[in-house]
Ligand binder design. Structure first.
Ligand code: FNR
Length: 425
């Protein structure tokens, strides 16, 4: 099937322009971020926009994509093009997936549901976040046959990990992405300076509160006194309690009276991270799912080689959007080394700093099988709700299609052969 998504999208926008209508969602990055910022609370924007430390890795991500430059070719008949691509036997509209981003409710109340609908409509997979605001089953229910994957954070509760894996399979997820760069939260100044951690308000823990294993453990946890000294209640503490009672499934007043919602937050905070995991633990995971497993957060070629040896099906080259290690290598800088190291044995995906269709094309030309889009979809959601997230993804696919043709390619396979040079080289 050939695509004209780029010219159709452009045509629609310019035609509407003749009637005096401008695009509801800005197509440019800076305007999109500015619009999104206006749609969020201060703490919400800090959580989504922020990175670790001085945010030098966020800059490194940006710089690394900018460093690579495409060398377009001419006179190659690009009238018929397709951005279609394939991953693990599923055909995709483009080599693009929605990165797992937690706490999307900070951007809009439809949160993950809006993203799920947009992905299904556009034919790109959504990777359900372990820290989603909506349980995976509810997102799957609005996606029809739309492709979806599940991202796992390895909790200290084995039984809970097993339950998440089983639910993901039942929800039609086609792969498991294990995120390995967040065994602890990075040192994030914007959140620290506001004293703001969304999970402490009960936000972004919907996969847990909807889980039968977690529900049982939270009810048991509610019978134990909470740890540490109990400070005197303040107005902020009351607001937090209201947030927790609102976010927890069930009726607000019942939740306010029950100790379980607070116990659920405490249990989550006590168990969500498992810094002790090693390569040896992957065998345990392998035994518990038949789905392809991808390791997210791989940057070193030696880790990529170990991933091949460990028998997983892919890696995601990622800095977690610069939210974990300040001063790390940019993802686009790390990508060629990882591609070389795996030498085609497993899939290589990439994220961190992908903002445009041209960035996706660079990822493909550098040897990636697909790229994950993170902050752009959340900003789209904050800027324009469900229509905003759809616009951002639609625009990215349109730009990918046009840039594909304008570099002289008619398919993603062609794009793998695009010549890239490094700025200044
Ligand atoms: C993330 N990311 C993330 N990753 C993951 O595996 N599970 C998660 O729950 C989250 N949550 C999350 C929240 C927020 C607010 C952000 C910005 C990111 C990381 C995400 O999957 C991806 O790696 C980055 O978003 C890529 O960087 P950019 O392109 O968004 O800058």
């Amino acid at each position: 099937m050939t695509s004209s998504i780029g010219r159709d999208r452009q045509g629609d926008i310019y035609r509407a322009g003749t009637f005096g209508r401008r695009p509801a969602t800005p197509t440019g990055w800076d305007d999109l971020v500015a619009r999104a910022r206006r749609g969020m609370t201060r703490a919400g924007f800090a959580y989504i926009a922020g990175g670790a430390g001085r945010e030098r890795t966020m800059s490194a991500n940006d710089d690394a994509w900018a460093q690579w430059q495409l060398v377009p070719r001419v006179l190659r008949d690009v009238s018929r093009r397709t951005t279609r691509s394939e991953l693990f036997g599923t055909e995709l509209a483009a080599p693009v997936l929605l990165a797992p981003v937690g706490v999307a409710s900070m951007a809009h109340r439809r949160a993950d549901l809006a993203a799920a609908e947009a992905c299904a409509e556009l034919g790109i997979p959504m990777i359900f976040s372990n820290q989603a605001s909506v349980p995976m089953e509810e997102c799957a229910a609005v996606m029809g046959d739309g492709p979806r994957w599940f991202q796992l954070y390895w909790s200290t509760i084995d039984e809970l990990v097993e339950s998440f894996l089983a639910r993901a399979q039942k929800s039609g997820c086609q792969a498991i992405v294990v995120t390995l760069d967040t065994t602890m939260l990075g040192w994030r100044n914007r959140d620290l300076d506001l004293g703001s951690l969304p999970f402490a308000h009960g936000w972004g823990i919907a996969q847990y509160t909807s889980d039968p294993v977690f529900q049982r453990l939270a009810a048991e946890r509610a019978k134990r006194p909470s740890s540490g000294p109990q400070p005197r209640p303040t107005p902020a503490a009351v607001r937090t309690l209201i947030d927790i009672s609102r976010a927890h499934p069930g009726g607000f007043l019942d939740n306010l009276r029950s100790p379980i919602p607070r116990a659920a937050v405490e249990l989550f905070l006590e168990t969500y991270s498992r810094p002790s995991i090693t390569w040896d633990d992957l065998a345990w995971l392998r035994e518990r799912t038949d789905l392809p497993i991808l390791l997210k957060g791989v940057l070193h070629p030696d880790d990529a080689r170990r991933a091949v040896d460990a028998g997983v099906q892919g890696v995601v080259v990622s800095t977690h959007g610069g939210r974990q290690v300040d001063g790390s290598i940019g993802a686009a800088q790390a990508l060629p080394g990882v591609v070389d190291a795996v030498d085609g044995a497993i899939k290589v995906l990439v994220d961190s700093g992908i903002r445009t269709g041209s960035d996706v094309l660079k990822a493909v030309a550098l040897g990636a099988d697909a790229a994950l889009v993170g902050r752009p979809w959340v900003y789209g959601l904050a800027a324009g709700g469900p229509a905003g997230v759809r616009d951002v993804l639609h625009n990215l696919l349109a730009e990918l299609d046009l840039t594909l043709g304008l570099t002289g390619c008619t398919s993603i396979a062609d794009a793998r052969d695009i010549t890239l040079v490094r700025r200044g080289a």
